[in-house]
Design a binder for this molecule. Structure first.
Ligand code: SAM
Length: 206
């Protein structure tokens, strides 16, 4: 089956080892999260368009970010950038609750439909660049759009020992970061270069 080969060839062979992440990616039907004319490409090692000039990330990046967050079954996770809803579906199998925010109305509406069976996913239609203070603090935050700089509000909405995975950079070059909170400090780890659509929102004013 294509999904099993995707996990073996694209994730395990590239060093993703977290058993729960691998199992979640074997389970979630990725082809249902992409437009019908893209379904034949759903399991290929590439991002795909999902409408509104936005993309679903390639499988390896979904696996890498999910593993980096070290999600525990009791965790509450915030995702910024719902897009197709695929990453939120994966996290829903790893965490207790997932809050996911999308700024595009049409993507939010589509994702709400497809994520209907994922009972622990709560969708929000707003600018997520300032986080979700009404539901903070979170055990983990995943940002699936590239920020020009670290959005300060997100650090404040993280529990002690929480994690944030976020791409930072410009239109042509970005780096994926993991930040771990120790007390009030954030320690940074670099996970490699990536290319995401931009995070657009009010965080740019701060
Ligand atoms: N996680 C998605 C998936 O599994 O399909 C992929 C996300 S796509 C690469 C980035 C998404 O971030 C886009 O849908 C875009 O509209 C959204 N986005 C950008 N800035 C945002 C913001 N400030 N708040 C919420 N969503 C935002």
């Amino acid at each position: 089956m294509k999904r099993l080969s995707m996990v073996e060839d694209q994730l395990q062979k590239s060093g993703i080892e977290d058993k729960r992440v691998l199992e979640a990616m074997r389970e979630v039907p990725r082809h249902l999260f992409v437009p019908e004319d893209m379904r034949k490409h759903a399991y290929e090692p590439t991002p795909l368009p999902v409408g509104d000039k936005q993309t679903i990330s390639q499988p390896y990046i979904v696996g890498l970010m999910s593993e980096a967050l070290a999600i525990k079954p009791e965790d509450t996770i915030l995702e910024i950038g719902t897009g197709s809803g695929y990453q939120a579906a994966i996290i829903s199998l790893l965490a207790k609750t997932v809050h996911t925010i999308e700024r595009h109305q049409s993507l939010y509406t589509k994702a709400k439909k497809i994520l209907k069976g994922y009972k622990n996913v709560i969708l929000h239609h707003s600018d997520g660049s300032l986080g979700l203070p009404s539901h903070a603090p979170f055990d983990g935050i995943i940002v699936t759009a590239a920020a020009t700089h670290f959005p300060r509000a997100l650090g404040e909405q993280l529990k002690e020992s929480g994690r944030i995975c976020i791409p930072i950079g410009g239109a042509s070059w970005q780096e994926l970061f993991l930040f771990r909170k120790f007390g009030r400090e954030l320690k940074e780890y670099r996970l490699g270069s990536v290319l995401f659509v931009p995070l657009i929102g009010d965080y740019q004013r701060f």
